[in-house]
Design a protein. Structure first.
Length: 261
């Protein structure tokens, strides 16, 4: 059994397509369950989820990581798969994940942007650089395309109650505990390009996250942070010094990771 966890908050415009793609899997439907974790949506997200999901869980823990964790707590499968409500998974996604998890503790695959533009392509190429770390068994498992064996997941404590970098945090702890990962081109998902329009602010937010995750270790900042879609160039200008400091910290953090390897 594979338990698929989908966190959602006010995703009525996207969640139906996500769940339809999960229904249309090459894997027998009896071999997996779909769990939607609703973060208190004010639109029709929960009712739409109820049409397809085996379980709709009201989020109790904090952040996106907390939502994924709540889903894992409600799961009955030996394997856990996670994706996002604005993501459509490929027909063979779960079959590929199940195959990979029969040999490894965690796995991921390509994240392709729907309606890609120049910014989305730049972000995709940036994320492709993570693959350079696979030779050291460090797999940055993006939140929209991650699967992990349930025993391995709970052995490291599951997702942390954070939003920003919740997937990086889980990936790093899997690596530190010697869990084996895999990257499979057949385990592909297609995700929304809606957040790539503001690539500069997205980059600043990621830098902000790494700064507080690795330097200040203030995880409260990873729960309440400036959202890329809500930021403007004027707000970037007013916080320029902090962002510049954060970017420098990311560079230092990458150097630390290299030393770990």
């Amino acid at each position: 059994m594979i338990s698929v966890v989908v966190p959602a908050l006010n995703e009525a415009d996207h969640i139906r397509d996500c769940l339809l793609s999960l229904e249309d899997q090459s894997l027998d439907r009896a071999r997996y369950e779909i769990i939607v974790v609703d973060g208190g949506s004010e639109d029709e997200t929960a009712s739409l989820a109820g049409e397809f999901a085996d379980k709709v869980v009201l989020q109790k823990s904090l952040g996106i990581g907390g939502a994924r964790r709540d889903g894992a707590l409600a799961a009955s499968g030996e394997m856990l798969a996670f994706t996002d409500a604005d993501t459509v998974v490929s027909h063979g996604w779960l079959e590929a994940a199940a195959k990979n998890l029969s040999r490894r503790d965690a796995c991921t695959g390509p994240v392709v942007y729907l309606n890609p533009d120049m910014q989305a392509e730049m972000l995709r190429r940036w994320r492709e650089m993570y693959r350079l770390l696979y030779h050291s068994n460090f797999y940055y498992i993006i939140g929209s395309n991650m699967a992990v064996r349930t025993d391995a997941y709970w052995s490291i404590g599951g997702h942390s109650e954070i939003s920003l970098l919740d997937d990086y945090d889980l990936s790093l702890r899997l690596f530190k505990h010697g869990r084996r990962g895999a990257y499979d081109r057949d385990q592909v998902v297609y995700t929304s390009s809606r957040r790539t329009g503001k690539l500069l602010t997205y980059t600043a937010t990621v830098a902000y996250g790494h700064y507080h995750y690795l330097i200040t270790k203030d995880h409260e900042k990873l729960l309440h942070y400036p959202k890329p879609e809500e930021m403007s160039l004027s707000s970037l200008h007013s916080s320029g010094r902090r962002i510049s400091s954060s970017l420098g910290s990311v560079h230092a953090s990458l150097s630390r990771i290299k030393r770990i390897f």
